[in-house]
Design a binder for this molecule. Structure first.
Ligand code: SF4
Length: 298
């Protein structure tokens, strides 16, 4: 029987790249918990865990995973914690995990803006070197409709502030977020914002609607027109075409994506676009597919 040293408050989520990390729940749930497309923490009421409980988990995990090099702070946006609450946690991780080289957390841009440059630098100096940020879109119309609590401007300001302190970011964009009507402005404004951010990591996910299409229709005042998969892939192509990045590691390999893509941008941009073009052409050639047939996973 597998023994795990601590009891998590389920459900527990972490980014795919933190698969081997020790996961420490510093907070429970998401302090915002209101994005139209997200049901990750709908069963949880946001809570800051007492430091003694967090420290207990850190010590127990460190004993069980003495060679862990990554520690991820859960849940939804643990970076919402104030500097005064985060620093003792980061210090305890450094004290117990002898080999840790990266501490990371989910964050909203507003959580970054709530800290001073000096506080961010101090967190960075003590090992908190990566933030995962669901930017979702660079288009303000869409950000308002999905109830994101951020704008393109606040996102640019917040992420730039993290970068200025030496903290890297991993940025996520949702393909298909605006349906047919907003597809072009979503792709172009997202490419524009991400290009200004130039994050270390960029990934795309594809929209799914856990609360059903009706909720989306309500948020969009009836304006949400679902896309075919080919339309979503065309949108992804437009987004990638307009990215101007310098050494960003791109991954579009989430389970929600119908085509798996990855590479370093701009070096692999042409290869990625060629792959996308091939898949789009192939789907368009399927008899009676009409671009609608479920692609499965490439
Ligand atoms: S901020 Fe993130 S975790 Fe919270 S509701 Fe929005 S998408 Fe979900």
């Amino acid at each position: 029987m597998y023994f795990f040293p601590i009891q998590y408050d389920e459900p527990l989520f972490r980014p795919p790249s933190e698969a081997n990390a020790a996961i420490v729940q510093a907070t429970l749930g998401c302090s915002w918990n209101s994005c139209a497309f997200c049901n990750m923490y709908e069963t949880k009421k946001f809570k800051v865990r007492p430091f003694d409980d967090v420290r207990h988990d850190i010590a127990a995990l460190a004993k069980a995973m003495p060679t862990a090099r990554k520690v991820f702070l859960a849940d939804g946006n643990a970076f919402v914690l104030s500097y005064d609450k985060l620093m003792p946690i980061v210090s305890a991780i450094k004290e117990h995990f002898g080999k840790v080289h990266r501490i990371s957390a989910y964050a909203l841009p507003g959580n970054i803006l709530a800290k001073t440059h000096e506080q961010l630098c101090e967190l960075r100096a003590n090992g908190l070197t990566l933030l995962y940020i669901g930017v979702e879109s660079g288009d303000n119309d869409l950000l308002a409709m999905i109830n994101k609590s951020e704008t393109a401007e606040s996102t640019l300001e917040g992420i730039s502030k993290a970068h200025a302190a030496g903290i890297d970011t991993s940025v996520m964009i949702i393909n298909g977020l605006g349906g047919q009507k907003y597809s072009q402005q979503h792709a172009l404004n997202s490419a524009n914002l991400v290009s200004q951010l130039n994050p270390k990591f960029l990934s795309t996910l594809t929209l799914f609607t856990p609360h059903g299409l009706n909720q989306f229709q309500t948020q969009f005042k009836g304006d949400f027109i679902p896309q075919t998969q080919v339309e979503q892939l065309n949108e992804l192509r437009l987004f990638i075409e307009h990215l101007e990045l310098d050494g960003t590691i791109f991954r579009s390999n989430h389970v929600s994506n119908s085509v798996g893509l990855e590479g370093v941008l701009p070096k692999d941009k042409a290869t990625i676009l060629t792959t996308l073009n091939q898949v789009i052409a192939q789907v368009n050639n399927w008899p009676q597919s009409n671009g609608i047939r479920n692609l499965g996973r490439y």
